[in-house]
Design a protein around this ligand. Sequence first.
Ligand code: NAP
Length: 279
Amino acid sequence: MTKEKQTALILGGSGRTGSLIAKQLTDGGTQARTASRHGSQVIFDWDDLGTYENALEGADGIYLVTPTMRVRYVEPIAKFLDLAEAASVSHVTLLSTYNGDRAPEDIDVAAVEVQVASYEGFTHTILRPAWVMQNFTDEHLPIVDDLLIVPSGGGAEAFVDALDIAKVAAETLLSPDKHAGATYSLTGPQAITFDEVARTIATVSGRSVKYHDIDEETWINGAIAAGVPAQYGEMLRWLTGSIISGHGSTPTGDVEAVIGRPATSFEEFARRNAAIWTK
Ligand SMILES: NC(=O)c1ccc[n+]([C@@H]2O[C@H](COP(=O)([O-])OP(=O)(O)OC[C@H]3O[C@@H](n4cnc5c(N)ncnc54)[C@H](OP(=O)(O)O)[C@@H]3O)[C@@H](O)[C@H]2O)c1
């Protein structure tokens, strides 16, 4: 970002990574403006074009979080990025997903990566995180009756700490020239199974948490019955299918390459958050 104009617009500003990035930036002396529908400094709604220009006012860098719980969203993102380019934004850091370039065509993950990279007016960085460790501490993958229930077929995943994603994202916004055109696959230091996750949670919380594998379609149908939009089932099928087929994420070292310290292990994360599971 230029010295004269250092405001980063943080979309998804009330979310897991966005809220942490804003803190990283302000701690580093750079202005961050969080934006989302609720709980941010500025109201921003992907479904309301009228909120785009106000959010972009004075912004030099952007952390781009796509709308959640849907699979088609490249059109509003293109409209937003057209306005961002016209407003002289100089860098966009996109939060994508691990293997985003290989996402199924009926999910707009790869299409958004291509869209972000298509502008000449600003540079970009693409972040492709593995499954986030915070899935186990929020409503995504809760421990219910001491059971962790997720389809995995015994496959492993190199879960990453959202705080590490936030640190990498903040770094790309603070030194965009250094990270222009880069794609980072953000993972933890080890690929571990869900059984290992449950055992680690049991150790740090003192509860007898166990992992229970489940049929993928049964799990997805359960999520839809619980309120997840039916079209989002396709995303869940892709994410769980990768792990079941043995193609879950593997450690990359990209977190350490950007922030200069090793990625957080699941055990460290679990110890830091033990109180959540002991309640
Ligand atoms: N969970 C994982 O394991 C994982 C792994 C890799 C990548 N990802 C990607 O991470 C992204 C989510 O990022 P996150 O975890 O930092 O956020 P998050 O905690 O899921 O929160 C989503 C953020 O986006 C905002 N938002 C949702 N819909 C919106 C809309 N229509 N208009 C404006 N803002 C909207 C939410 O605020 P409001 O609801 O108040 O608007 C919130 O601030 C997703 O794209 C997901 O694919 C997740």
